[in-house]
Design a protein around this ligand. Structure first.
Ligand code: F6R
Length: 613
């Protein structure tokens, strides 16, 4: 969703801010803006559309300040327009603010400010913030150095909802004040230069040294120092964290798009995920967890809660957890879970999966689980993200930054990680024969090579994509472990190619969906479980009889029959097969979207990190 970048230092701020905005493009946005401090005034340029429009705008070269803030806006309150885009200034042009999040009580605050003589130029919730800061600033009769900080703090006290804000003021040409609540914000540290960003990739090429802000923290940045305060303006200290991500991981590295780069990175990312927890001939290792045999024995249920692709990762591992642990597992959509009064107690283990670690619904579901006394484990890709700070334990996927909106490498890393976690719990509990666990572990260790093998021949998928890219409806079918993969494939296709698609458990076809099958329609079948293959083949025969074109993804030796295309993938244990079977389907979505000439990395209406409900 919206993105924030800020700089204070000894260089011209504009190129750094534009570079940061370009790195934040993946979050999804519809306008962009920048403010820099030029001695005693604030320059402000805003444009609708892409960051390129801002970059090309007249006057940008004249912004010479060494302090600045910039923003990409994803419209919530008010249409995408220059007036509504950030930064927003107060009526006296003294304070400029960029804001991520939603101010729920903005209407009330707007009325209050209007009654106190303030005017509003935009339809946004954000515009109340600079004016509130001005209001408190002008009411503060102490003329000491803390006045700016106090005004920001007082304004934040009035805000209900979520915010990450950065504020500059023409009265304080050497500092910047930032704060956050329920919306991410980090401070990047370098000698004589400080950065702020809503997402680490925006500043990774400048610094890997990061301070993480907690809710209500306030930071006051100068080029050579940073002061941190709690919500009562008591000074606090923070540890500087070194981020392992490589700056080149946020570049395209010669690929056309981030999505295809990330698909091709999977042999490496899966290897990284595995190597943190599983070595040949050893027990699985999760030093970040402190989960005892007694605790696991006491469990009556495991919940896995997440949204979108991350939720599909949960569905893909339900079977392995249930089979190895004999504990019932429920997988739930976070936005449903949080409102349905789920049955949770201290005998429930809760796993929350979130690539970004900032998804509002997943965070709310986590808060609910904690309030009911359950132990919580976060599975996330982003160091220091909100979910990792709220959960009892965190396990990182180590997939590296995922820039494309459509999740690919994060999904496979989530599934691999959870498969290893299931084996680890089984080892602690002694709930499965160690011989079976050894076979599973050895199959997991072979996955990176097998993914590489799938990626070594993409021509057949490309050709198939050319045949189907004009279709209006595509169906995905699978049984057992292949059904969640069908769901993930269907989501991937619809989100980047805008083709309507649905996934069905193959056995459900006859109960309704088969009415939609007509001559020429495309049906993709996934078959990786030998026990279920004959049944799914029968369902596919039924759609072929009705004229469907069929693409089969399988690791079984099946006859070509009348299927239009059969893609063979390497064999593995069916419990972990989603890690392989999803790869050709990620490629299919990508090539279909490319054939349609679409921007695969930034699909319409979508944002990488969904920080509002
Ligand atoms: C789809 C996709 C989304 C995310 C979902 C959850 O490709 O990326 O469905 O999986 O928005 O996001 P995280 O994992 O960041 O909580």
């Amino acid at each position: 969703m919206c993105g924030i970048i800020g700089y204070i230092g000894n260089k011209k701020a504009t190129p750094i801010l534009i570079d940061g905005l370009l790195k934040l493009e993946y979050r999804g946005y519809d306008s962009a803006g920048i403010s820099t401090l030029e001695d005693t005034y604030i320059s402000n340029i805003k444009k609708t559309g892409r960051v390129k429009n801002l970059y090309d705008s007249e006057g940008l070269d004249n912004l010479n300040g060494t302090i600045g803030i910039a923003h990409t806006r994803w419209a919530t309150h008010g249409k995408p327009s220059c007036e509504n885009s950030h930064p927003h200034l107060d009526n006296s042009n003294t304070f400029a603010v960029v804001h991520n999040g939603i101010i729920e009580n903005y209407a009330e605050l707007r009325t209050f400010l209007t009654n106190n003589g303030y005017n509003f130029l935009s339809e946004t919730d954000t515009e109340v913030i600079p004016n509130l800061i001005h209001y408190y600033f002008s009411k503060d009769t102490k003329n000491d150095d803390g006045k700016f900080l106090r005004a920001v703090k007082s304004a934040c006290n009035d805000l209900k909802g979520s915010y990450a804000i950065s504020v500059i003021s023409k009265l304080y040409p050497n500092r910047m004040v930032v704060s956050r609540k329920d919306s991410p914000l980090v401070v990047g540290y370098r000698d004589n230069e400080k950065y702020i960003a809503s997402d680490i990739p925006a500043i990774l090429s400048y610094t890997k040294n990061i301070y993480l802000l907690n809710d209500y923290d306030i930071a006051e940045l100068y080029n050579d120092s940073v002061n941190f305060y709690d919500k009562n303006l008591n000074k606090i200290s923070k540890d500087l964290k070194n981020i392992e991500w490589d700056a080149s991981s946020v570049e395209k590295d010669g690929f056309d798009d981030y999505m295809i780069k990330e698909i091709f990175e999977q042999p490496k990312t899966i290897r990284e995920t595995i190597s943190s927890h599983l070595q040949e001939n050893e027990l699985c290792n999760f030093p970040e967890l402190n989960i005892s045999k007694d605790y696991l024995t006491s469990l009556n249920k495991i919940f896995i809660v997440a949204c979108g692709t991350a939720m599909h990762a949960g569905l893909a591992v339900k079977n392995i957890f249930e089979k190895l642990l004999s504990i019932p597992v429920e997988v739930d959509i976070a936005s449903e879970f949080r409102y349905r009064n789920p049955l949770i107690d201290n005998k429930t283990l809760m796993l929350f999966i979130s690539q970004s670690g900032e998804t509002a619904d997943t965070l709310a579901a986590l808060a609910l689980a904690k309030s009911k006394g359950a132990k919580t484990i976060a599975i996330s890709n982003v160091v220091g993200s909100s979910i990792t700070r709220e959960a009892d334990y965190t396990i990182y996927t180590h997939a590296g930054p995922e820039i494309a909106v459509a999740s690919t490498k994060a999904y496979t890393s989530q599934v691999v990680l959870l498969d290893i976690l299931a084996i680890h719990f089984a080892e602690v509990l002694g709930s499965s024969a160690s011989k079976d666990l050894e076979v599973l572990k050895s199959n997991l260790l072979k996955l990176p090579e097998k993914v590489k093998e799938i990626l070594s021949n993409t021509d057949t998928i490309k050709d198939f994509a050319k045949k189907i890219y004009n279709e209006h409806d595509i169906f995905f079918l699978g049984r057992g472990i292949d059904y969640p993969v069908a769901m993930e494939a269907s989501l991937k296709l619809k989100e980047i190619s805008y083709i309507h698609s649905d996934a069905y458990a193959a056995g459900e076809l006859k109960h309704g969906p088969i009415a939609l099958i007509e001559n020429g329609i495309t049906v993709v079948g996934i078959l990786t479980d030998s026990a279920l293959t004959p049944k799914t083949i029968s369902n596919l025969q039924e759609v072929m009889t009705r004229g469907a074109k069929t693409l089969i993804i399988t690791n079984q030796s099946i006859k070509k029959n009348n299927f239009n295309l059969v893609i063979n993938i390497p064999e593995t244990d069916s419990l972990i097969s989603p890690i392989l079977s999803v790869v050709p389907l990620q490629l299919l979505s990508y090539y279909v979207a490319k054939e349609k000439g679409l921007d695969v990395d930034k699909p319409r209406n979508l944002a990488k990190s969904v920080t509002v409900e």
